[in-house]
Design a protein. Structure first.
Ligand code: ADE
Length: 242
């Protein structure tokens, strides 16, 4: 069970995206919970403003420290109250300047009970509040998006599917096969012939050992061709690989 808390100016965007399909059902069953906290609800500005010009000049607006900090405090106070103890939680700030997200990071974060995601918008967030509350800065890749919402959704999805109960057993088996560091082998369903293309014969043989061997071979071929970096890593761990 993980409680995800997402601090954002666009709560509908996050809730719509994350309450669909597998994660929506997992939340209904109570295997995870996902809450979006609207940072604007915490501003003390009487016009509801959460952003202002940057000191030193330059284009664009910056999210101010006060509403971000108060939204964060509200989550922490609520969590501590429910659990009847002073709980700390990792706070992940989504930014292109962070460490690049990967499966290993998802596995590490999946061990937590509470995760707080902070989504910036405009030109970013006042550095002083980041210094006080953020424990992890994470990027989802070397490109720039308009805000942290999509990256937060990407991370929640990747982490939530590792929580026990979220995926069915047959689906989690597939996790293992990427967990081993290789790309997936190709897969086929009915009919046996489609557009003159025949399903590989070995998959119809019923010989499970042969099927497994073929799949591993395909995974290796694919990984070598498409992701030589992953292939080299795999070879270091499995010296028997040619
Ligand atoms: N915010 C804007 N771009 C981002 C990225 N690539 N990763 C994480 N947060 C972001």
């Amino acid at each position: 069970m993980i409680n995800f808390h997402i601090l954002t100016l666009f709560p509908e965007m996050v809730m719509q995206g994350l309450h669909t399909s597998i994660l929506g059902r997992a939340a209904e069953r109570g295997d995870i919970s996902i809450e979006a906290v609207n940072i604007r609800d915490y501003t003390t500005n009487k016009h509801g403003r959460v952003d202002d010009y940057t000191y030193g000049g330059g284009a664009g607006m910056l999210m101010q420290a006060q509403p971000v900090y108060d939204a964060y405090r509200a989550v922490i106070d609520h969590v501590s109250q429910n659990e009847n103890k002073n709980k700390s939680a990792r706070v992940i700030y989504l930014t292109p300047q962070g460490k690049t997200f990967c499966q290993e990071m998802a596995q590490d974060l999946a061990k937590e009970e509470e995760l707080i995601f902070l989504c910036g918008h405009y030109e970013g967030i006042d550095e002083r509040v980041l210094e006080e509350i953020v424990t992890d800065e994470v990027s989802i890749g070397d490109y720039v998006l308009t805000g942290g919402e999509l990256p937060a959704m990407v991370m929640v999805d990747a982490i939530a599917r590792l929580v026990p109960g979220v995926l069915h057993n047959d689906e989690s088996a597939q996790t293992e096969s990427f967990g081993n560091g290789l790309l997936e082998y190709p897969q086929y369903s009915r009919p046996e012939i489609w557009h003159d293309k025949q399903v590989p014969q070995v998959l119809l043989s019923g010989d499970h050992a042969k099927v497994d061997a073929w799949r591993l071979e395909q995974s290796l071929l694919r990984t070598r061709e498409r992701r030589p970096d992953l292939y080299e890593k795999y070879r270091e761990k499995h010296p028997e690989t040619t």
